[in-house]
Design a protein around this ligand. Structure first.
Ligand code: SF4
Length: 334
């Protein structure tokens, strides 16, 4: 398939479903395929019982076989370290579950309502702050839309990954949200253009471009190796259809805890039509403590990253506190 047909051919329209269906879910298969140390496998199996392994083919293709330290692999690899309880780490670090229960609706910040549209993802990121989230209790995005507060200015479609919904459902979402009198903008948070770029179909692009409300797409990449040529094409296509395409990353030990790496990520994103937006400190979720970087080191890495980039490519280093009215911006410092 050449570049010009990448987002239009009939086979492409369904490829994303096949790629998710064929994702690796069994640790034994992952270990064999990527020639990983067998010593890590028994604990990896146990970690995957607590939070299942889910690794789609497009991401697997970007991982170096035989290298347990590969930065993409680290993000999806179940490890024994996840089973160790750490003080301060909890199942629901942002205290969302109670607020969301029964509605799928979160009012985190003034004027912005977040809809947990689905519990499904195309990839399971081991550091995900919603890795223990009780998705089964939601009422669905249609019901959540009906319960929007009268002052909702922006609706954020989140998950899980909202691009696991099909194009028809997203078209309906765009139309219904636009009928709400106070809503001015839509935002979608998705890792799909990075994990399964074939999800950026022609129909999706048309739906975004045709939406009566401007659509902001926030993608999630943590390392420049995640932006291969297919993801770059998908991001560029999104940038043509949406009002803006932004990226948020999480600062992760063993993945991107290095200024050269983060600067390369920003440049790669910019080339793909996507602006770096936030660099999050890890939310202290059970099972992810091995990714944590302390504030002093995070400030230093952020300062060194900023020194390598023009200002418009520097993501803001932030932390989220449960119940706070905005994210807390952390000042980079050497
Ligand atoms: S795709 Fe997003 S919601 Fe799904 S596991 Fe990864 S970070 Fe969490």
């Amino acid at each position: 398939m050449d570049d010009t047909t990448a987002h239009t051919s009939p086979s492409h329209r369904e490829r994303w479903r096949e790629e998710i269906a064929a994702a690796v879910r069994d640790p034994d298969i992952l270990w064999t395929r990527l020639r990983l140390p067998r010593l890590l496998l028994p604990a990896g199996r146990r970690a995957a019982e607590a939070f299942p392994l889910l690794a789609p083919e497009p991401l697997l293709r970007r991982i170096r076989p035989g290298d347990p330290d590969d930065p993409i692999l680290r993000q999806i690899l179940p490890l024994g370290a996840e089973l160790e309880a750490e003080p301060g780490f909890t199942a629901d670090p942002l205290q969302e579950a109670a607020q969301c229960a029964g509605t799928g609706l979160l009012h985190k910040y003034a004027g912005r309502s977040l809809i947990v549209a689905t519990g499904a993802c195309a990839v399971h990121c081991r550091y995900c702050f919603r890795r223990h989230f009780p998705y089964a209790g939601e009422a669905g995005w249609r019901s959540a839309l009906e319960q929007l507060p009268g002052d909702a200015e922006e609706v954020i479609l989140s998950g899980g990954d909202p691009l696991t919904l099909d194009d028809e459902a997203l078209e309906e979402f765009f139309a219904r949200a636009a009928d709400h009198p106070s809503v001015q903008r839509l935002r979608m948070h998705t890792r799909m253009p990075v994990a399964v770029p074939s999800r950026v179909t022609e129909r999706l692009l048309e739906a975004i471009a045709a939406s009566r409300l401007p659509v902001v797409v926030v993608v999630h990449a943590n390392h420049p190796a995640e932006i291969d040529d297919e993801t770059e094409r998908a991001l560029n296509a999104l940038e043509s259809a949406a009002r803006a395409v932004l990226n948020q990353s999480v600062l992760l030990r063993g993945v991107n805890d290095d200024a050269d790496c983060l600067a390369a990520l920003s440049r790669r994103l910019f080339d793909a039509g996507c602006l770096p937006y936030y660099l999050h400190l890890l939310d202290p979720v059970d099972g992810a403590a091995h990714f944590q970087i302390d504030d002093t080191e995070a400030r230093r890495i952020a300062a060194e990253t900023a020194a390598r980039l023009p200002g418009y490519m520097v993501p803001r280093l932030v932390r989220e506190h449960p119940g706070a009215s905005a994210k807390t911006v952390i000042t980079p410092r050497l």
